[in-house]
Ligand binder design. Sequence first.
Ligand SMILES: Cc1cc2nc3c(=O)[nH]c(=O)nc-3n(C[C@H](O)[C@H](O)[C@H](O)COP(=O)(O)O)c2cc1C
Length: 166
Amino acid sequence: MNSIFRRISVRKYEDKPVEKEKIMQILKAGMQAPSACNQQPWEFYVVTDKKKIEALSKMTPYTGCAAKAPVVLVSAYRLEGLVAPAFAQIDMSIAQENIWLETDALGLGGVWFGIAPNEENMEKVRVLLGLPEEVHVFALFALGYPAEHREQQDRFKPERIHFIDE
Ligand SMILES: Cc1cc2nc3c(=O)[nH]c(=O)nc-3n(C[C@H](O)[C@H](O)[C@H](O)COP(=O)(O)O)c2cc1C
């Protein structure tokens, strides 16, 4: 898949809205992720309100570049009813990576802002958006049409691969 070897963190965006069909396609990719026991713990909130985006950009010292994004996706999970709740954040990570790759595949760019596992930040975002108490915020993902372009860093290190043969 080309996006694996092309995706980068995009933190600058054109002042242009993202089509709803593209947002839905990105979230479809997120929901197509595998999860422990196929428990699919996710909920996704699509924020396009400029004031809310501005407020989200102040949630941590590392979220500032979300301020000018046309869209911020907030991914979250519920624990009740899950067969394997201990795996919920792992499940969310896989969904989040799918979201990032599909964003790239559609010619858009985005960046993941870590919120979980910092419980204070998870609660701050939940309260800001008025989400139900049983919803645990996992991450923010700012996206838009990219206003920055660069080559992906090559991280292949063959010395990190260890074959355990007979
Ligand atoms: C779990 C996670 C949390 C991250 N949190 C932030 C963040 O808070 N702010 C930010 O600007 N980038 C954040 N990033 C983006 C990383 O800094 C970035 O992926 C990394 O430097 C590699 O660069 P690349 O995405 O361009 O390949 C996060 C990425 C991951 C996977």
